[in-house]
Design a binder for this molecule. Structure first.
Ligand code: 2AM
Ligand code: CA
Length: 268
């Protein structure tokens, strides 16, 4: 069983409340697929509604904490040492298409350090939580990163650049090298869930570029508390600044990092 702090209880309650709205709206999205206008505006509204619920719940429980949110941006708090980092709907494209792979992501920063993280898939009802020094849990059961040490036996997750972004060539160069060396590549569409799956040992490793802080804040502590390693794509700790992320157990984190680095070196 997980023993968690009152702050985590607050996060769990906020996520569950927002999830009820997302579950309802996800059901509606399936009906809207056939309408002329399509579900895009509806999804934007669902996203904003979920964020508002989380914002209100957390503000009530912890007055003064600051916020960094996907939709609402920065809200300065009177308490400068605490900040919530929130993505109310990570995996928006999946949600829009009726694919049940999306999540709510809530991270808590104290003095600039992530001390708690929650990633919740409202459809599978899988709640991933972690607090600094307390381990990582999936629905109250302890989780750990996978123990595999060979890329050839590993399932590696990634994210591809969105339409219109300039990184497609660079990304294809990386993907080519990775897929030549691993058992399988997966592309799920929610960075927060990708990290939660690494923490749970479902994915052996994961890399992606150009992510926002709210995509990864909660997932980073999940992986670390599950015994894994997380860095940016240069092996440094600047994930929230650079938007690059590389995660796995110690061995695969290093090996995948090497593959990505070599992918960009001209052959000699
Ligand atoms: P979203 O669903 O909240 O947009 C998919 O590979 C991941 O990238 C998702 O976590 C997705 O979050 C995120 N993502 C999509 N577009 C993005 C953007 N423009 N900036 C940062 N992250 C993005
Ligand atoms: Ca997101």
């Amino acid at each position: 069983m997980s023993r968690h702090t009152p702050s985590m209880s607050v996060m769990v309650a906020a996520a569950r409340k927002a999830a009820r709205g997302l579950q309802r709206d996800f059901g509606e999205v399936e009906n809207l697929q056939v309408s002329l206008k399509g579900p895009a505006n509806f999804v934007t509204a669902a996203d904003k509604k979920a964020e508002k619920v989380i914002f209100q719940e957390l503000s009530k429980a912890r007055p003064g904490y600051g916020f960094l949110m996907e939709e609402g941006g920065v809200v300065e708090g009177a308490d400068k040492s605490h900040r919530w980092i929130i993505d109310p709907l990570d995996g928006t494209t999946n949600f829009l298409h009726g694919i049940p792979m999306f999540s709510i992501s809530i991270g808590l920063e104290r003095e600039g350090q992530i001390v708690a993280g929650l990633v919740y898939n409202p459809i599978s009802d899988e709640m991933f939580i972690a607090e600094k020094g307390q381990g990582a849990f999936l629905n109250d059961r302890r989780i750990r990163v996978a123990a595999r040490r060979e890329l050839a036996q590993s399932v590696v997750a990634c994210g591809t650049p969105d339409l219109g972004r300039p990184e497609h060539e660079r990304y294809l160069t990386e993907l080519r090298q990775v897929m030549l060396q691993v058992a399988g590549v997966r592309r799920m569409g929610s960075a927060a869930l990708d990290l939660a799956y690494v923490a749970a040992g479902r994915f052996d490793a994961y890399w992606e570029a150009n992510l926002a802080p709210w995509d990864v804040a909660a997932g980073i502590i999940l992986v670390r508390e599950a015994g894994g390693f997380v860095s940016d794509l240069s092996g440094r700790e600047d994930m929230l600044k650079t938007g690059g992320i590389l995660a796995g157990n110690e061995t695969l984190h290093r090996q995948l990092g090497d593959v990505l680095k070599k992918a960009h070196k001209p052959a000699v």
